[in-house]
Ligand binder design. Structure first.
Ligand code: COA
Length: 325
């Protein structure tokens, strides 16, 4: 049976880091508050030359190196991002030109922090129709550019970075086993980031309140736990897999308390959850592929092991995926 299998991973973090201590210079907060409420200690912040497309391309180069493929071997490039360098062209097209991947077509996916899992799901559909395709899926963000550094409710949470993987068809049964995606646009107001206001006065929104990320933290917290729990239960049923069979859960890295609560609800060993948010904060669509790459390079991903991904983000969007590594 042919499945869409991840054959290479990569990641890229900007060089600069902002510690909790650094943040105390700009907003009324403390290392103790941030650490206990979120688990985050530092986050990477991009500067000129480290735009989303550059981070994405660097992560992609690493993934290509791991597979031994050339950029010309890629057929499709999908970038999950809510912080593309420009609205048009897509970040994926900029990555294509950075890599010289001239045999590919390229497009972006916007599903906020869930974007990478959505991207994998789209890639899987293409590979199901043609297992010979090589598809690059990237999650890349520079949310630092859309963060209000005077708002302590949000500025302590986010970070920049990119993660990438390459998928192709494989007959061995390894690869994506099942996925389940959801969204509920009725809840859009609880986590949002407006773009530039429309220049067409008829279309301009009255409630446009700037381009910064805005969030109702407590509501987001509750929905994140409930929604990811539901998605995981559904995907495990679809995959006919018990939670005990999962060797590693790689969740979206938003908040340590969300992950602890999720572990309790799911009845999964906390040690089976891959956590790196203390180093990077919430990197939105980049968080799962960065964690996947780290876990891969640390040797935590063992051939034929069952992995679980789960995500939650603005929209709201959420979902879960089971993979046989
Ligand atoms: N430093 C110090 N105090 C802070 C603070 C900060 N950085 N941010 C908020 N506070 C204060 C609040 O102003 C509030 O003070 P008050 O009681 O005097 O009004 C107090 O801390 C408690 O705020 P609250 O929002 O209830 O805290 P919380 O325990 O819910 O934690 C979050 C806040 C944002 C960490 C938490 O709600 C969260 O993680 N939510 C999910 C966010 C997320 O993951 N978003 C992305 C999803 S993809």
């Amino acid at each position: 049976m042919s499945r869409a299998k991840i054959c290479g991973t990569g990641s890229c973090l900007p060089a600069g880091r902002v510690t909790n201590q650094d943040l105390t210079k700009w907003v009324d907060t403390s290392d103790e508050w941030i650490t206990t409420r979120t688990g985050i200690k530092t986050r990477h912040v991009a500067v000129k030359g480290e735009e989303t497309s550059r981070l994405a391309a660097d992560a992609a180069r690493q993934a290509l190196k791991m597979t031994g493929m050339q950029a010309e071997d890629l057929n499709i490039i999908i970038v999950a991002t809510i912080t593309p360098d420009m609205t048009m062209p897509s970040c994926a097209c900029l990555v294509q030109q950075e890599l010289g991947a001239l045999n590919a077509f390229a497009f972006d996916v916007n599903a906020a922090c869930s974007g990478f899992v959505y991207g994998l799901d789209v890639a899987e559909k293409y590979i199901n129709s043609n297992p010979c395709l090589n598809i690059l899926v990237i999650g890349a963000e520079t949310l630092s550019g859309r963060t209000n550094w005077k708002d302590r409710n949000t500025c302590v949470l986010f970070g920049d970075g990119a993660g990438a993987c390459i998928l192709t068809g494989e007959e061995s049964g390894r690869g994506i086993v099942a996925s389940k995606l959801y969204s509920d646009g009725r809840l859009f107001n609880l986590l949002k980031m407006a773009g530039a206001p429309s220049m067409n006065a008829e279309l301009a929104r009255d409630d446009h309140d700037g381009s910064y990320i805005k969030m109702a933290g407590r509501d987001v917290f509750k929905y994140a736990v409930r929604c990811m729990e539901k998605a995981v239960a559904a995907v495990l049923t679809n995959a006919a897999v018990d939670i005990e069979e999962i060797k590693l859960l790689i969740p979206h890295q938003a908040n340590i308390r969300i992950l602890k609560s999720l572990a309790d609800h799911l009845g999964i060993d906390y040690e089976k959850i891959y956590i790196n948010l203390q180093k990077y904060g919430n990197t939105s669509a980049a968080s799962i592929p960065i964690a996947l790459d780290e876990a891969n390079r640390e040797g935590r991903l063992v051939k034929n092991d069952l992995l679980l991904l789960c995500c939650f983000g603005g929209g709201f969007t959420w979902g879960a995926m089971v993979l046989r590594w």
